[in-house]
Design a protein around this ligand. Structure first.
Ligand SMILES: [Zn+2]
Length: 273
């Protein structure tokens, strides 16, 4: 797999890890947990998400590093099983995008050209799968709007992007935030790498959880961290491997490379859409 950003490679070699999903919000936001009520943490946990390092944000709660759970997410009943196709598996959320076949428009607001190009690349990668959802680039007002934020590294990690999950009414999550900080993608960002991060955040928007949610250490390093699956079932797709699933586009943390769909991701995409 191709590696990008020699500066980031150097940084990685000096123990900073850069991830598609800020790995350890606890380190980044030391007092975050205290801002969130125990009742909310219990709801987050009951939906099968890690209640560790939860951070209150404008439109909900940031969990598992890069996922925003809205109040609607937290109050929605959990009726559907997770989707599991391997031991380090593809997982889905309770809500999926409904009304298939469906075209989901995507816009980019106030971001440098490379992010715009990367968005088109990510859209093409999805559309090449011939799913029942198609993404379509629009100039503004897309069903998913991609905006920027600027946040430097903290606690040894940097957030590359964040997004959320579909609504209970079956619409995709409406916003992806991409980090424009120079330490996120370097001073000369690689469009392919950014595309892979947008691809990952789009995955959340249509209902994908982290492939390694059972153990974030698989992609993020550090200690074993089982994010739990309380209250939800699991479906194994026959014929898929039960060993660790390397290079899934939905691994919690990036290795700094352009990580697109692997074979199991394609199976999961076709299973859901
Ligand atoms: Zn993620």
């Amino acid at each position: 797999m191709k590696k990008f950003f020699s500066t980031l490679v150097v940084v990685s070699a000096t123990t900073l890890l850069f991830n598609a999903c800020k790995k350890d919000a606890k380190e980044a936001v030391p007092n975050a947990a205290s801002e969130v009520s125990q009742a909310t943490l219990s709801k987050i946990s009951s939906l099968g998400f890690s209640a560790e390092n939860v951070h209150k944000v404008d439109n909900g709660y940031l969990v598992e590093g890069d996922i925003i759970l809205t109040d609607e997410n937290l109050n929605a009943p959990s009726a559907s099983p997770n989707l599991i196709i391997a031991q380090e598996e593809q997982y889905r959320t309770t809500n999926l995008v409904k009304g298939l076949p469906r075209i989901i428009t995507v816009s980019v607001t106030n971001l440098p050209t490379v992010y715009s190009d990367a968005t088109n690349d990510a859209i093409n990668r999805y559309n090449a799968q011939n799913l029942q959802i198609k993404f379509q680039r629009v100039s503004s007002g897309g069903a998913i709007d991609i905006i920027g934020f600027n946040e430097g590294p903290s606690g040894g990690y940097i957030t590359l992007g964040s997004s959320g999950f579909p609504t209970s009414s079956g619409d995709p999550y409406s916003q992806i935030k991409m980090n424009t900080n120079q330490y996120a993608y370097g001073s000369n960002p690689d469009a392919g790498y950014i595309a892979s991060v947008i691809q990952h955040e789009m995955g959340h928007c249509i209902g994908f959880r982290h492939t390694d949610y059972m153990n974030r250490a698989y992609s993020c390093g550090g200690r074993h961290s089982n994010e739990g699956s309380a209250g939800v079932g699991a479906i194994h797709i026959p014929g898929t491997p039960s060993k660790a699933d390397a290079n899934s586009f939905m691994l919690a943390c990036s290795d700094g490379s352009d990580r697109s769909f692997n074979a199991n991701d394609v199976i999961a995409l076709n299973y859901l859409y």
